[in-house]
Design a protein around this ligand. Structure first.
Ligand code: ATR
Length: 273
């Protein structure tokens, strides 16, 4: 029997998830079908209900339904509870729906496994305080950085987020211009680059050895990574690897075995050329 999976979002046309999961399925000859569904803005719960009642095995959820998916689920992983937004749902044997958020572990795997960037004991700066940042905080803090600073345009949101995660490590919040000292790793989790803008970060946050990671990706360098390179940073990474790794983590939750990701990341990079 073919197991059914889907990604739901709005818009959904540019989603690479069907291609990524088809590549994973091909590796182990998993008999699965993964489709993309455009869901009306007010229609997530109905669409998800319909999907699971027709025998669907698992869903990925993208913008703007990650909070709706959180409310839809009946059971949660610890990191999903912390994130309060989820990108993965799985129908369990008893019919309940388990929610997970694999974005953070995808980011951590891309950094630590694919790019061999050490996070333990390091100074990490995380830019932004929206859903994307909330979704990655627990897995980042589990790496036990010496310090994690959340900087955001709206300072109160950074401070509130830091407070929510204070029990997991040394985390604080501030505004961009209040950022002090240099960091080992800077992760851009704002949506500023969608409008071609840059968070106004002091260049003193950078050293040539700082690793700059943009959770966004595009056809060339992101605005943020360009800024980092212009200021002497040698290692800049975009979010394409995170995209594939969060998908791999969802696939593992659904299927019980982990797919290889390197060849899938390489294929997507080649397509962009
Ligand atoms: P997402 O789900 O992508 O995190 P979000 O919850 O709307 O989306 O959060 C967007 C984040 O990008 C926020 O941290 C936002 O800053 P504010 O909290 O001050 O709104 C940040 N952001 C968006 N546009 C930005 C810009 N031009 N400069 C700096 N930060 C920006």
């Amino acid at each position: 029997m073919t197991d059914l999976y889907s990604v739901m979002g709005n818009p959904i046309g540019h989603s690479k998830s069907p291609q990524i999961h088809a590549a994973f399925a091909a590796q182990a000859r998993d008999n699965m079908l993964y489709t993309a569904q455009l869901v009306p803005l007010e229609g997530f719960a109905d669409a998800a209900e319909r999907f699971f009642s027709h025998g669907g095995a698992g869903l990925n959820i993208t913008v703007p339904f990650k909070e709706d998916a959180y409310r839809f689920a009946g059971e949660y992983t610890e990191r999903a509870k912390r994130a309060q937004a989820v990108n993965t749902l799985k129908r369990m044997a008893d019919g309940t729906v388990l929610a997970d958020n694999t974005d953070g572990v995808g980011l951590v795997r891309d950094l630590t496994v694919n790019h061999q960037v050490e996070l333990a004991g390091k100074r990490i700066l995380l830019l932004g305080a929206g859903g994307a940042v909330r979704g990655v905080l627990q897995p980042l803090l589990e790496q036990q950085p010496a310090e994690l600073v959340i900087a955001n345009r709206t300072v109160s949101k950074a401070a509130a987020l830091a407070e929510d995660f204070a029990d997991l490590g040394n985390v604080s919040g501030c505004g961009f211009t209040e950022v002090e000292g240099a960091f080992d790793v800077i992760i851009n989790g704002t949506s500023a680059s969608l409008s071609g803008e840059l968070p106004p970060l002091p260049v003193s946050a950078l050293t040539p050895a700082t690793v700059c990671y943009d959770m966004m990706y595009g056809s060339g360098l992101t605005v943020f990574n360009q800024w980092a390179q212009d200021n002497g940073v040698t290692t800049t990474i975009d979010g394409l690897g995170m995209l594939v790794e969060q998908a791999a983590e969802a696939f593992t939750l659904w299927r019980g075995h982990r797919p290889q990701t390197h060849n899938v990341i390489a294929a997507l990079r080649n397509e962009r050329r």
